[in-house]
Design a protein around this ligand. Structure first.
Ligand code: GTP
Ligand code: MG
Length: 423
């Protein structure tokens, strides 16, 4: 099965918790704090594997979860960090954050990889909080939660040349003759249901990647047949190889076919039709093909290369022509469907520190920063609660509550925790 779009949830590992411990040794009086920091939680990384050509593995995963870092230990020992989770994806995978709509990465090179969700840092142990005014803190932090994101993962195959044409014109036969790929070939329409890739070597030792795509029909750009689902894979090809059937066994006029396909390409996106195109007149071994070719050549303005995919006639010459066209069209913009994709937008959305809303008689505080601080606080220690209260004050939450008319004893909620408001 060929899957080229997947929505998936990623939850990076939280940091390990910090440790509260004290030095107790026989001849060391007042040993002081001795608790180590937690380890880092696992990052979730997407990394290109050139052997993959579909997102099927992700399709079955649904959620990818990282591991928590190990907790800190006594004797100031730092917890072990968790290994990163590395997910292999095909070259040409584009990852978008569904909440912000920002593209996190466009993995177009064969060594590309990106952290899609960062693991949390380890919570600090009580040793880390030691100061002159507080030489023996009795609290430590929980680990930072790992980032959680909903990702849209899309695959836009990266091939140098894309084969287009009506069904049964011989696209798959061509691919099978010029590469080692073994696509299904048959005399009925829509034999090819998903793209096939092959690497082709020319007689002068150049190589390029060809994508064989399902056949296009009238209305393909609006979704008819296998439709627009596959046209987007052509968006990233440098060159379009347009195959026309000169045998006209089905009684079709090759010129009408040629115009029909071009119209669909243009309707899908005007960038497609501007791509360099090479026209191959196939099935030249058929009885009427010479006459058809002569008529066809009179009507079209571009060069037409006669071939027979079945007998192999003229194929090696044509490959040289395709390689030339690819080499002469290394201009990024021509085959980059969206300019912004060349500058990937990494996260720059400012997180909202907090919002306060009055719901019934409660004040509900929400926000990434405040919720993170909350999760990193261990509420079992008095000192740690006081520290949290101070952090709220420093963020201006106390002032904001007062402005909203909060009175002594009113209930304030953060996540599933409630406490009383005190001035
Ligand atoms: N005589 C002749 N038949 C050919 C030639 N190339 C392909 N065919 C035949 O045409 C039929 C369709 O070939 P495919 O390669 O499956 O065509 P396709 O364009 O990939 O078709 P779809 O995948 O359905 O879009 C098969 O029966 C092939 O044997 C050729 O050069 N000469
Ligand atoms: Mg085919």
């Amino acid at each position: 099965m060929f899957i080229d779009e997947v929505t998936i949830k990623v939850i990076a590992g939280s940091g390990g918790d910090g440790c509260t411990a004290f030095r107790r040794e026989k001849f060391v009086p007042m040993g002081g704090p001795f608790g180590g920091n937690g380890g880092h939680g696992s990052n979730i990384i997407f990394s290109v594997d050139t052997g993959l050509h579909t997102l099927i593995d992700l399709h079955y995963m649904k959620t990818i979860k990282g591991k928590k870092g190990e907790n800190g230990l006594g004797k100031n020992q730092t917890g072990k960090s968790s290994d990163d989770i590395i997910i292999k994806v095909p070259q040409g995978t584009i990852i978008t954050d569904k909440d912000t709509g920002l593209i996190i990465a466009d993995l177009k090179n064969k060594d590309d990889s990106v952290i899609v969700a960062k693991g949390g840092r380890g919570g600090r142990g009580n040793t880390a909080f030691k100061t002159l005014s507080n030489p023996c803190p009795t609290f430590s932090e929980n680990g930072e939660p790992g980032e959680t994101k909903i990702l849209k993962v899309e695959l836009k195959l990266l091939a140098d040349a894309g084969l287009v044409g009506l069904p049964s014109v011989g696209k798959s036969t061509f691919l099978s003759k010029v590469t080692a790929a073994k696509p299904k070939i048959a005399d009925y329409h829509f034999t090819t249901l998903s793209p096939n890739l092959g690497v082709c070597k020319t007689s002068d030792n150049r190589s390029f990647v060809i994508a064989d795509l399902p056949g296009l029909i009238e209305g393909a750009s609006e979704g008819l047949g296998l439709g627009d689902k596959f046209l987007r894979h052509i968006e990233r090809c440098k060159v379009i190889v347009h195959i026309v059937d000169m045998g006209s066994a089905e009684g079709r006029d090759p010129y009408d076919d040629f115009i029909l396909i071009n119209k669909e390409l243009e309707k899908f996106s005007d960038k497609l039709i501007k791509k360099p195109m090479i026209v191959l007149a196939n099935k030249m071994d058929m009885p009427n093909s010479e006459d058809n070719l002569a008529a066809f050549k009179k009507k079209v303005k571009c060069d037409v290369y006669p071939i027979s995919a079945i007998t192999g006639e003229n194929l090696s010459n044509v490959l040289i022509k395709i390689a030339d066209l690819i080499d002469n069209n290394q201009d990024e913009e021509l085959y980059e469907e969206d300019k912004y994709l060349s500058h990937v937008l990494y996260k720059f959305v400012k997180e909202q520190p907090y919002t306060i809303e009055k719901v019934d008689d409660y004040y509900v505080i929400k926000g990434d920063e405040i919720e993170r601080l909350f999760k990193m606080t261990k509420f079992e220690s008095e000192e740690s609660i006081l520290r949290f209260a101070k952090q709220l004050r420093n963020m201006g939450i106390d002032d904001e509550l007062e402005k909203m008319g909060a009175k002594e004893g009113d209930i304030v909620k953060i996540l599933d925790f409630s406490f009383e408001y005190r001035k």
